[in-house]
Design a protein around this ligand. Sequence first.
Ligand SMILES: [Zn+2]
Length: 330
Amino acid sequence: MILRFLITCWMIGPLLPLQLVFTALPTASTSFRQAGVPNSAAPDPGNDRAWLSTASDGSERTPVEVTAQLFTLGAGAIPHPAQAALPRLRRPIPDRLVVLTFDDAPVTQAVFAAPILHKYKFGATFYICEFPPNFDDKTKYMSWEQVQHLDRLGFEIGNHTAFHTHVSRMSREQFHKSLAYIEDKCKIYGIRKPVTFAYPGYDARSKDLDVLTERGYLFARIGSERVYDPLSDNPLLVPGFNANGTDPGRVFDAMKQACDGKIVVLIFHGIPDYEHPWVTTPPQLFAQYMEFLHKNRYKVIAMRDLAKYIGPDAPEQDTPRGSALVGKQR
Ligand SMILES: [Zn+2]
């Protein structure tokens, strides 16, 4: 019954967080949490068998396989193929590790946010698309020259599809073309090739997500409003917290969850957002957030920097047994 309810939610709501699925599926979620726990009763996280979870039918599945099953059931798609390899840590995840992401290329990201990020030497990823119908209006959106300048400053330019099309609405060929459009623009402007992706509308329902892997993408971000656990989350389904709105308490609470091996990924749009005001982050709040991260010595990175910590090809012995995993015991 619970599974049927969740499947229904998945089908009607592209924003349904996987967190809900994992926390509400008793057999799967419990096993996920246990999978990386290095206590005497739990499996060894360095052992591949440790990643297996027991499904309600008694079979064992990896987190990726359970995700695949949900995609299959919910989207009428073939199993989610994004990552056959299991995520492993290259090094321990430090406390206070935050990833900053900025979607849709509103001009205020370049003229207001970037100088503050640069002042604090923060890393960040700007997910670029040519948002219709007004991308050419440079009072609302960045120019490609401004995107180029962000790259020159050391920020990451990520792919958000050509025109903000949900991947569930694209064929495999269209998805390739949409990614290639932004990659080609980057090449024209001498911008480093994107290696991370953000799903427009946080909609990751597609049978063709392996297109990302084929094109060399390492990480991809959804919404979900929860922390990223690199030991159980698919790197092509990295959850993030929306940092828009006028409730700073919600954003500060999110930041404080960057501990015990978990990573907080924040999602910003315009600061403010002239085209889509409902996703605005007020400038004074944005400044407060960045000051908080700076004063409290957070390590603030771009999505691509996650590869320093996480990779399917990381040596098994690099998987930490120490403090980074302790917090998983709840
Ligand atoms: Zn977007």
